[in-house]
Ligand binder design. Structure first.
Ligand SMILES: *Cc1c(COP(=O)(O)O)cnc(C)c1O
Length: 378
């Protein structure tokens, strides 16, 4: 049998129309290759318009955006930051960059995101955290109204890590626009990509201007290089921003395609009682960046067998994120749960991220479904 073409979890998908190349060509034609320039300003403006935020700063990565959000909140040594445990490490690392202390919070089962009850419990134990950072896992909105209400009650600013959820909404409002700061990522496998990049959004113009200043090496307005503060080289380049402007034009198409992929899996597995898809919570429109399923506890087929079987067919899949409180690098930090059994650990053990590539054909997805169903019907 000849080697089948690899099917990816999620790969870059440029517009059929070539919008990205037009913007990049413009940058070349005007020799505006350096950081900053027209594409950067326009990408910031267009993204802010899309999500409905007043300001945006284009940065070199989503991680840099999270770092700048914490710096803008003056998170520093001795401060505590509440953080979703079930996430990618990039959510938590910037807490450490600022020499602060993370406290990890468990998930709930309806959305797989931060459990408002566990968050309440964390506030009882640590009444004065400096910030809360909530994650929208795989593009599914959290119980953000409840979370926001708890933060407001305690007067603590909220940061939304919407790296995976660009375009997803809760009651029609975009993820990333509920808290003081929201961040997005345009890394290679995200729903839209610039090869690498991020965005920080906020309604606070003064703070976003300040972030642009820090991210450009904290160069003071002076004829010579004058520095009164430590700076960072975190700005997005004009070339990269051109790709972003083109990608933004097809974001709604990608969401529609990802939603169809999710629905096709759901329909395909409906007669396999051991399989449950990540739920679509009430009042939400996820962007379905990745379609993820869990396998019931007493199933004869376990996630590892599914992933190994797919790999033999040159099909990529992977486990759900390993929670931060289980990571050796974060083992010294506290973890707050209210459920008797840790939800994040349970989802990690039973979850499988399925190929959700918008370049995948209908036939390829049917093949994946067939391979998985055969394991259960053996
Ligand atoms: C991808 C991702 C990030 C980091 O974004 P980069 O642009 O890769 O730095 C942060 N948080 C989550 C949840 C992510 O999935």
């Amino acid at each position: 049998m000849d080697k089948k073409k690899r099917i990816f979890l999620a790969s870059p998908h440029m517009s059929e129309e070539g919008y990205e190349q037009e913007y990049v060509k413009e940058a070349f034609d005007t020799n505006w290759i350096a950081p900053l320039g027209e594409n950067v300003n326009k990408f910031e403006e267009e993204l802010a318009n899309y999500v409905g935020s007043k300001n945006a700063a284009a940065l070199s990565s989503g991680t840099a955006a999270i770092h700048m959000a914490f710096k803008a909140l003056d998170v520093k040594k001795g401060d505590i930051v509440f953080c979703s445990s079930l996430t990618f490490s990039a959510t938590a690392n910037p807490i450490i960059y600022q020499n602060a202390t993370p406290v990890f919070i468990d998930s709930e089962r309806d959305t797989w995101n931060m459990d408002p009850k566990a968050l309440e419990k964390a506030f009882e134990k640590y009444p004065n955290p400096k910030a809360v950072i909530v994650v929208y896992l795989y593009g599914t909105p959290a119980k953000i109204e409840e979370i926001k209400e708890i933060c407001d009650k305690h007067n603590v600013p909220l940061v939304e890590d919407a790296a995976e959820s660009l375009g997803a909404t809760y009651k029609g409002k975009q993820t990333g626009t509920f808290g003081k700061y929201g961040i997005y990522s345009f890394n290679g496998n995200k729903i839209i990509t610039t090869s690498g990049g991020g965005m920080l959004v906020s309604d606070d113009k003064e703070r976003i201007d300040k972030v642009r200043f820090w991210a450009t090496q904290s160069r003071e307005k002076a004829r010579y290089y004058q520095h009164n503060e430590i700076g960072y080289n975190y700005r997005m380049s004009n070339i990269v921003a051109g790709i972003g402007r083109g990608q933004l034009k097809v974001l709604n198409d990608r969401i529609a395609q990802k939603t169809e992929i999710y629905e096709t899996y759901k329909e395909g597995f409906k007669n396999i009682p051991e399989i449950e898809m990540q739920p679509v919570p009430e009042n939400t429109n996820p962007n379905h960046w990745l379609s993820v399923m869990t396998i019931k506890e007493n199933s004869k087929v376990m996630p590892l067998e599914i992933m190994e079987t797919l790999e033999k067919e040159n099909i990529e899949s992977r486990p759900v994120w390993k929670p931060m409180h289980m990571q050796p690098v974060f083992e010294d930090y506290d973890y707050i749960q209210v459920a008797e059994k840790s939800v994040s650990e349970d989802l990690f053990t039973r979850g499988v991220c399925l190929p959700s590539d918008t370049k995948m054909t209908k036939q390829e997805q049917e093949r994946i479904i067939k391979i998985i169903k055969e394991l259960f019907n053996k």
